[in-house]
Design a protein around this ligand. Structure first.
Ligand SMILES: Nc1ncnc2c1ncn2[C@@H]1O[C@H](COP(=O)(O)OP(=O)(O)O)[C@@H](O)[C@H]1O
Ligand SMILES: [Mg+2]
Length: 133
């Protein structure tokens, strides 16, 4: 059975752990070269958002299949304040804090599939996939 990773996120060190676990699992699944950096970077951004905007949450990383496509699924979820306007949050340069506002659009651009669900007062879930070529 293939591996999966679940990392609790509440501080910067956890972001590093999630990034490393993602890189390890992606390597096991057959990703290499710049794809490893791409996946690790996308994980960092969503994990950083958990720490910065929601204080705590978790990252789940696991293999995913669709027909004969194989890839990696990364889910970041938290029970933080949620996002008032997901449409705005997805715009390059939009930040409600002191950030650059490139984390979410950057992660979407880096990965092959990207979904975000958020509910004010309930939390946020980001699910993203990268397929092996
Ligand atoms: N997990 C989250 N919980 C609450 N708000 C979030 C979360 N992730 C992102 N956001 C909101 O979306 C905005 C855009 O996120 P992002 O593109 O990563 O930019 P930045 O983190 O630099 O502000 C954030 O400023 C914040 O308002
Ligand atoms: Mg961010």
């Amino acid at each position: 059975m293939e591996n999966e990773a679940r990392v609790t996120i509440s501080c910067s060190a956890d972001i590093v752990t999630a990034r490393q676990r993602g890189r390890e699992l992606a390597t096991e699944l057959g990703f290499d070269g710049s794809d490893l950096t791409v996946i690790a970077t996308a994980i960092s951004e969503v994990a950083r958002n958990v720490v910065t905007h929601a204080k705590q949450g978790e990252i789940l990383i696991k293999p995913v299949h669709n027909g004969n496509k194989r890839g990696i699924l990364v889910v970041a979820r938290d029970e933080g304040p949620g996002i008032k306007s997901v449409e705005k949050a997805m715009q390059y340069g939009y930040s409600t804090g002191k950030g650059l506002g490139v984390g979410l659009p950057g992660a979407k651009w880096l990965m092959d599939e990207f979904q975000i669900e958020s509910k004010i007062g309930h939390g946020t879930k980001v699910a993203m996939k990268k397929w092996l070529k």
